[in-house]
Structure formats: C-alpha cells, structure tokens
Design a protein around this ligand. Structure first.
Ligand code: DGL
Length: 313
C-alpha cells in the first residue's frame, strides 16, 4: 500500500490517528476526497479503548501518538480520527506538535447543522466523549441542541464483527440491532422528556459508521422519524479537503497554517487512474495481525503490512 505514484511526489503526508483501527473509516473518507496525498495511519491498539479512560490518560496517549506521527513519520498535517481523543485531548495534541491538527467533533457538528431543520440533534458516542459534552458544546455554538448518549457496547460488537446483516450473519446482526434499538429508544425518550424533536443522528465514534446500515434499519423500524444519519468521518474528510484548498490561497489563510504547496483538487484522481493504489503506511502499537485482518473492513481495501511501534506504557 506504500507504492509511490507519480502524483505523490511533493504532496503532503497526512497523519491520521486513532486509538485503534476504527479510524480507518476516516482514512477511507479522506482517500475519497484526496487520494493522491500520502498517509501515515497510527492505531494505538495497545492502549485501546480510550473511551473508558480519564481525560489525563487520553491526553497523554494521544499526545505521544501525535508526536510519533509528526516527529518520526514527518507528517505535516494531523487528522484526529478518534472521537474520544478529539473530544478530550485536542488541546493537548495541538500543544504537543507544531503542525495543523483537525479533530472530528466540529466537522460532525457542522454537518449536523447543515442536515437538521429542527435544530435538535441526537449524538451517540463513547462514555468519555459523552461525559466531556464536546458534541453538545459544539452543537450549542452552532445554535443546535445536542442530546448525547454513551453506547459502550457498540465498539466491542463492531470489533467482534457482529455487523453484517447478510445470510449467515443474521443472528449476530440481530443482537447488535437489539442493542442499537435499546440505546436509540433511551435517547428518543430523553429527547421526548425535554420536548425536543430530533431529526438528525450524529455517529460520534470511529466504529459506528460500520453499523450505519443496521442503525438506519432500526430507525426505519421504529417508525417514520425522518432522522438523518451523520457520519463524522465523511464530514471530517470534507473539512480536511476544504482546509487544503484554503491553504492553497495565501490571502485567505494564516501563514503558519500554509504548509502545503498543493490544494485538495491537486490530490484528486483523474478518470484514467482507475488502477490507482493509495499511498498508505499503517502503524499499530499492538496486534498488527488483527489490524491487518479487520482493518480492511474499516478501510474498504487491504491495509497492507502494518508496522509495529512501541510508544511506551
Ligand atoms: N476511537 C474511539 C472513538 O472514536 C472508539 C474506540 C475507543 O474507545 O478507543 O471514540
């Protein structure tokens, strides 16, 4: 996956960080927006999950991971694919590295604002993300009302692969659907108690885009809610591409942030490049075999060989 294409020469290396390999859903979305960029992806699989840890620990782990990508892999831009790290450690990461850093929370909230007519937005995420209220705060700044719910059972279900609603997998998918139904019913009850009328659901965790078909099915089965599902991975990739374009226009951006010579459109595929191989290097702090095996599910294509790194305890 690290084959150099002619168009890769002189293009930025974008570091993408997650607590595990769920953040490959963000890389997948980035590849759609900017396939010609070089990517270095780090999954801190040795210290996963972040979603049940304290702010102090998440900030320490996330800053160390960001430093690895910037100082050891030379990435010039960082996308924090992990919702939990974005919610609790964006400041710590920005202090730890001298490159522009984009998290997933604000793009997710912006996409919710674009989608919502009622201004009432449901958010599902990890425990730590929900306790930080990062999404509801980002929603409030945009004039929305965010109602959050932690769904701690969903990450392990995705990691187990209980996600496919296909022949041979219908029993496990039904278990996952039941869990989703319980969480969404609780969230809808919270919204009703506050007399809110949510029409948008933000998937505030790297793993949840893989549950999107099941989530949408549960929403349909629960009645005509008209709720639109927002994937913060797609919204973040679109925002990263927008920032590259801005950075290409020196009059519209801050000098410190103008690190790239090319804008997002220089990183797009042409029609003649259907056999294009993305330039990705993947690193993990543990379980590289599992990363290679399951990562393709998140990335939508093979990850290639995953390199083991040691960031300490
Ligand atoms: N990457 C985390 C997130 O997006 C989910 C997995 C974890 O808890 O570390 O919040």
């Amino acid at each position: 996956m690290s084959k150099t294409n002619k168009k890769n020469i002189g293009v930025p290396t974008i570091g993408v960080f997650d607590s595990g390999f769920g953040g490959l859903t963000v890389l997948r979305a980035l590849l759609k927006q900017m396939p010609h960029a070089r990517y270095a992806f780090l999954g801190d699989t040795a210290r996963l999950p972040y979603g049940s840890k304290s702010r102090r620990t998440i900030a320490k782990y996330a800053a160390e991971s960001a430093q690895f990508l910037v100082h050891e892999q030379g990435t010039e831009y960082l996308v924090i694919a992990c919702n939990t790290a974005s919610a609790l450690a964006l400041d710590a990461i920005q202090e730890a590295v001298p490159v522009p850093v984009l998290g997933v929370i604000e793009p997710g909230a912006q996409a919710a604002r674009a989608a919502s007519k009622t201004g009432d937005v449901l958010v599902i995420a990890t425990d730590a993300t929900v306790q930080s209220h990062a999404y509801s705060n980002a929603c409030r700044v945009l004039g929305l009302h965010g109602i959050e719910r932690a769904c701690p059972l969903l990450v392990p279900l995705v990691e187990e692969g209980w996600i496919a609603d296909s022949p041979g997998h219908s029993v496990t998918a039904e278990v996952t659907s039941q869990v989703i139904r319980i969480y969404l019913d609780q969230l809808q009850a919270d919204a009703k108690a506050e007399n809110l009328h949510p029409d948008t659901l933000v998937l505030g965790c790297t793993h949840y885009p893989l549950l999107r078909p099941l989530i949408e099915k549960v929403l349909i089965q629960s009645g005509p809610s008209g709720i639109r599902v927002i994937d913060s991975a797609e919204a973040t990739a679109a925002e990263a591409a927008r920032l590259f374009t801005l950075q290409n226009n020196p009059q519209r951006c801050h000098p410190e942030r103008s690190r790239f010579s090319g804008g997002a459109k220089d990183l797009l595929l042409t029609e003649a490049e259907s056999d294009f191989i993305p330039n990705i290097r993947c690193f993990a702090t543990d379980s590289v075999e599992k990363f290679e095996r399951l990562g393709s599910r998140f990335l939508g294509c093979p990850t290639g060989p995953v390199e083991l790194v040691d960031l300490g305890g």
